[in-house]
Design a protein around this ligand. Sequence first.
Ligand SMILES: NC(=O)c1ccc[n+]([C@@H]2O[C@H](COP(=O)([O-])OP(=O)(O)OC[C@H]3O[C@@H](n4cnc5c(N)ncnc54)[C@H](OP(=O)(O)O)[C@@H]3O)[C@@H](O)[C@H]2O)c1
Length: 416
Amino acid sequence: MPKTIVNARVTFRKSPIHVMEQFTFHNVDSAMSSFCNHAELDECVIVQTCNRVEVYGAADTFNEEKIRRTWASLAGLDRDAFKGNIEVSKSTDALNHLLRVATGLDSMVVGEEQVLGQVRSSITDARKCGTSGESLNTLFDRAVRVGARVRHATGMNKGGISVGSMAVKLAEDAHGRTLEGQEILLIGTGELSTLVAKSLKHHGYPFSVASRTLHRADAFCSSNGGEPVKFESILDDFGAYSVIFVATTAPYFMVTAEKVASSRRRDSTMIIDLSNPRTVEESVSGIEGVRLVNLDEIAGIVERNVKERESKVEDAERMLTDELPVLEASIKRLEAEPIVAGVFRHADEVRRRELAKAMEILGDVDEKTARTLADLTRSIMEEIVAGPIEHLRHASEQGDDSTLKAAQRLFGPPAD
Ligand SMILES: NC(=O)c1ccc[n+]([C@@H]2O[C@H](COP(=O)([O-])OP(=O)(O)OC[C@H]3O[C@@H](n4cnc5c(N)ncnc54)[C@H](OP(=O)(O)O)[C@@H]3O)[C@@H](O)[C@H]2O)c1
């Protein structure tokens, strides 16, 4: 029997973020080892992101109760905490779930890019940790390939879906597709500013960050990039910047037409007000050379992009329907591989033995003849075993245990 693949998960679908956080593992490497040691899993991979905590396991048989108990003990939870939060899938359903995760079909926003990288790094971590083996390596490697292919083929990953990265993209488009050479200012150090900063950093653009306290701007920059600047100094000197992102919850107009006009020393300035309610005075847009973009405009583009992605879901689902049986077959085929290796080894041993005898009889032969004989025997041997090997792999895919057992008896190690 091939190993059963199991997936136990707590995700945003059943649990709000603050509840989901209780199920996270503080040390993922040691958690994967604990599942192998205490939950009777032969292999384990954990995928943990801000929207999901998922345990994937491979075992001859699996014990759901032990998985829950190990999880509860690692996260310091009562077992009752799982009620209504955990979902468990196995075999085909578990494979299908991972394909959906990798493709971004199970994400809050369809086609979300990050999760594919997170699935990829989860299997890399498990390999390093030694908790994944043939089954989960095959499953994850294939899921990552399928995830990338489906996104690319359907175009489901196209179009920005984060207000932060979309704001940066709009600014780029307005400056000939790059912000290189622009003086960029980000006002705010909250959640949305973090997204803007990430996008700026990702593109390698230098930027300044202002917050009401320099200390907060400092802390923000040390984790998100950027150079902290004094809040008071920027309020009277907006003219020093050509691109200004504003993302604060200030209950007043922080950027006024008067201040912008009085500090103008550039031909063009773009101000992107991401705040709601607005913190940039609308009349700023009346100043020559100043372009004001507000949240409604950006949110509108993001919404159109999300709808565009959602229109690709059906195509992606269709592709996964075709991919699932191929993935299932490759997992099932793994069972035949040790037997296939045995058949091959046995045949090759016979070939080498007989070849050695023939060489001895022939005595001194030149290098060309020796190579020809070796190649000849190898191709005869490969031709002979190709058919049976194909049958074995097919039997494995079909779950034909009796054929596999017979082959195991014939070509496996001798019974005691
Ligand atoms: N989060 C999102 O995904 C999202 C999406 C769309 C729109 N928005 C809008 O973006 C704005 C920021 O949201 P957020 O989620 O980043 O909020 P947040 O995490 O609560 O951060 C608020 C920011 O506003 C600053 N701030 C608060 N009061 C201020 C004042 N009186 N003067 C100057 N700065 C002040 C804070 O600066 P200090 O560090 O100085 O305290 C902090 O940097 C909001 O208007 C929100 O509606 C957010």
